[in-house]
Design a protein around this ligand. Structure first.
Ligand code: DQA
Length: 161
């Protein structure tokens, strides 16, 4: 099982940018914790960060057929990008959206969310711990998919007996 973690613009500045909102943790530290949790659970994980909308669209497209789930923080593009929304929709993979801050309690323009309607779920406002919650949620989603696939395969096998 493999999952991709996709990080949008300015998240490479975590630990420096607006610490009162995003906290002191750097992106590398968040990724190191996610990697540890993934390894403990026998899940392969890859990380990608870009400040460019088109590169994020390309990465999401590359996930098709390569990974079983995506965790994405589209950062500011969350509020503007129909292209990222369409890419998520196109690959049709289980996708958990993360926001470090609670975007619903901030400026009005952050309440607009292009991404959420095409994601399986959204985790907001837990700080960097939200990425850990997203990992736990993703494992649960993938286990449920696996279980239902196994049940279907069993049912088909019984039907052809
Ligand atoms: C963010 C929230 C966005 O509104 C903002 O543009 C970001 C980070 C978050 O994780 O809280 O860059 O996605």
């Amino acid at each position: 099982m493999k999952i991709a973690v996709i990080q949008g613009p300015n998240l490479n500045m975590l630990g420096v940018r607006e610490q009162q909102i995003y906290g002191p943790m750097k992106l590398e530290q968040i990724h190191a914790q996610m990697k540890e949790f993934a390894t403990q659970n026998n899940v392969e994980i890859e990380f990608f960060q870009s400040n460019l909308e088109g590169e994020i669209v390309d990465k999401i497209q590359e996930c098709y057929g390569e990974v079983q789930g995506m965790i994405i923080n589209a950062a500011a593009y969350t509020h503007t990008s129909i292209a990222i929304r369409d890419a998520i929709s196109a690959v049709n993979l289980p996708t958990v959206e993360v926001h470090i801050s609670n975007i619903n309690r901030r400026e009005d323009f952050r309440k607009e969310n292009m991404i959420a309607p095409v994601c399986t779920s959204s985790i907001v406002g837990f700080g960097p711990f939200g990425y850990h919650l997203a990992m736990m949620g993703m494992l649960q989603i993938l286990q449920e998919i696996q279980a239902s696939q196994q049940m279907q395969a069993q049912a088909e096998a019984t039907a052809t007996e």
